[in-house]
Write a protein that binds this ligand. Structure first.
Ligand SMILES: [Zn+2]
Ligand SMILES: [Zn+2]
Length: 346
């Protein structure tokens, strides 16, 4: 079978490998679509995040191709979403109701950890089918189901925040996650949603998906604070969702939150983040983070998709073959800011 192997910074190479065979307890999934995630692009551009030699891809949709001995509850050909990390069920966090914090969750996730190749290949071995495979309802096309990963990250970010019906909210960064956050906030009853995003295309898309106002931080500069204050009674937003993962975005988020409000960090920023502690204390700003998602969020996402309550049109920017993974995939995502989600169809 054809696979795309991550070999380090700006290096992904196509290879021919034997198709994996299901050992007892495992399932082989034939990949229909694999989304290229921001995490994958980050690893493509920077050293240290993911290990060379790995087949990337954790946003996977496909069909059950082979069922290993002892695995029950699945039929060949069934459509599945393969994710999130299989929780171990035994560590402190799993036992205390925090599955996303499982001590070995990351190290057992397909497409992120050594020994657990991802979906940028024709077939993928799933070592923990019980927790990682989710049946796709008939009403949900595979092109939508593959969005479950980004939808679920956004959904959990909101569920983890103090959000309540009637809140004024700001979303900083309208990439794939930010756009999902906008939609969930609207579904959840936000009073008003402001989106802050430099790319005009993405700003317009956010407005189409139900944001009320879109502002360009590069054009507005310092005036952005007055604009948001004016929108929200002179006090600022109840909650700001930071979905860009950069220092300027975090600074903006802190500035736009009302006193006693919350900044929810959903972007991943590897740099040290400077902030004026005295200001945070004076304003009792709360900062919270959220990681990945669990089975409950996946189920809710698939259910909302089945009910057609989540808009997916325009979320997939392009579908490309494995042969085009570098030029039309990673290189384009690294340089073009207007793309939302690019799917591989191995
Ligand atoms: Zn992802
Ligand atoms: Zn655990």
């Amino acid at each position: 079978m054809k696979v795309a192997v991550y070999e380090g910074v700006r290096s992904i190479r196509l290879q021919e490998r034997p198709k994996p065979k299901a050992a007892p307890g495992e399932v082989i999934v034939k990949i229909k679509y694999c989304g290229i995630c921001g995490t994958d692009v980050h690893a493509y551009l920077h050293e240290g995040l993911l290990q060379p030699g790995l087949i990337l891809g954790h946003e996977n949709v496909g069909t059950i191709d082979e069922i290993g001995e002892g695995v029950e509850g699945w039929k060949l050909g069934e459509r599945v979403v393969a994710g999130p990390p299989g929780l171990c069920g035994e560590c402190y966090y799993c036992k205390h109701g925090y599955p996303t914090l499982c001590e070995t969750g990351f190290s057992r996730t397909n497409g992120l950890a050594p020994g657990h190749d991802g979906g940028m290949a024709e077939y993928m071995r799933v070592r923990e089918p019980k927790t990682m495979l989710h049946r796709i309802p008939d009403e949900v096309p595979s092109e939508d189901a593959v969005l479950v990963d980004i939808m679920a990250v956004g959904l959990r970010g909101i569920l983890q925040s103090k959000f309540k019906l009637g809140d004024n909210v700001v979303v900083v960064g309208a990439g794939a996650i930010g756009l999902c956050v906008v939609q969930w906030l609207k579904l959840g009853g936000a009073r008003h949603i402001t989106v802050i995003q430099p790319s005009q295309k993405k700003r317009e898309f956010a407005l189409k998906l139900s944001a009320d106002v879109g502002l360009n931080p590069l054009e507005e500069g310092a005036a952005i604070r007055e604009k948001v204050m004016a929108l929200y009674g002179g006090i600022g937003a109840d909650i700001v969702y930071e979905c860009a993962g950069t220092n300027p975005a975090i600074k903006t988020s802190l500035e736009l939150t009302k006193s006693g409000g919350q900044v929810m960090l959903l972007g991943v920023n590897e740099e040290e983040t400077p902030f004026v502690e005295a200001l945070l204390i004076q304003r009792e700003t709360e900062i919270k983070t959220s990681l990945a998602y669990g089975e409950d969020e996946i189920r809710l996402c698939l259910d909302f998709l089945a009910q057609r309550r989540f808009k997916t049109e325009g979320m997939v920017s392009d579908i490309i073959g494995l042969d085009d993974i570098v030029e039309k995939g990673f290189e384009r995502l690294a340089s073009t800011k207007g793309l939302v989600k690019v799917l591989l169809a191995p």
